[in-house]
Design a protein around this ligand. Sequence first.
Ligand SMILES: Cc1ncc(COP(=O)(O)O)c(C=O)c1O
Length: 356
Amino acid sequence: MNPPKTDARRHHDPEVRGFASDNYSGVHPEVLAALTLANGGHQVAYGEDAYTENLQQVIRSHFGPTAEAFPVFNGTGANVVALQAVTDRWGAVICAESAHINVDECGAPERVGGLKLLTVPAPDGKLTPELIDRQAYGWDDEHRAMPQVVSIAQATELGTVYTPEEIRALCEHAHAHGMKVHLDGSRLANAAATLNVPMRTLTNAAGVDILSLGGTKNGAMFGEAVVVLNQDAVSHMKHLRKLSMQLASKMRFVSVQLEALFARDLWLRNAGHANEMAQRLAEGVRAVHGVEVLYPVQVNAVFARLPHDVSERLQKRFRFYFWDEAAGDVRWMCGFDTTEDDVDAFLAALKEEMAR
Ligand SMILES: Cc1ncc(COP(=O)(O)O)c(C=O)c1O
């Protein structure tokens, strides 16, 4: 039952939505219902519960019979645990300069994971074999951290997507150099929805060894999973998750959320809807003179360049972030709960502010 609108315990207006991030949204009602279902009674702690067991079957239905899911609290944790699992103490990770692991994780891969990140500029957020080669050398040189992993994000931080062929080429290239491949799939659902392919096509079928599978941005309250796709590439996942402080004692409540998203098609419905809203937004923005859409809009993000003062006025009406403030670049993101009316109201406000 929904609490009455006047409930004094509610401290926000549930009708207000912005375009700041897909993690500003609440929890999808089906996920909330699943959490309630998992409540009550006692279940074994630390992942020996019936929900986590069932989650393994769900994950295997997507990624094949040898895939193994390790639920964790958040995306940064998933990345740090996954990367440690495929590196030695002297290992380094090749990634795009714009990668979340490089710019948005407070140095956790370096400080918590003890990893060196070897970055390359990637104008559209995507690595290529040629870009990887800028850092893929010196395996025998004890003076250099050893490149052992290539980490890519699908979708990228710039809202672009790799085709399955592009991922396969990257994996073949990395493997030919003895490196493994990690995929930050915080928005893997959105990429799969855009490309209309199973998640498997973008991951293990293309050669990815280990995956950070997103849940939060797709409608969970919290929770992601490290999914081991290539068992031979990985060691000591259980221990790494615990020492990285990502082992939930009441794990059933992380697992049941992921089960709710991935057991049927909720993940795809949510991602597909968020992507559609971004398309609607981009189409509207392109019709506004003086506003430039910066990258191909392939998932649920629209990056745009517009006059700084317009953005500042617009931010008073709708929440969103500057991406590169000096350049006047902003990021507008849609979520599973963004409505057509939200998009249309935002576009109307944008037009008004541009005309002022
Ligand atoms: C591509 C990408 N990876 C990882 C994360 C990390 O997620 P969290 O904020 O849960 O640590 C994010 C969150 O914004 C992200 O966009």
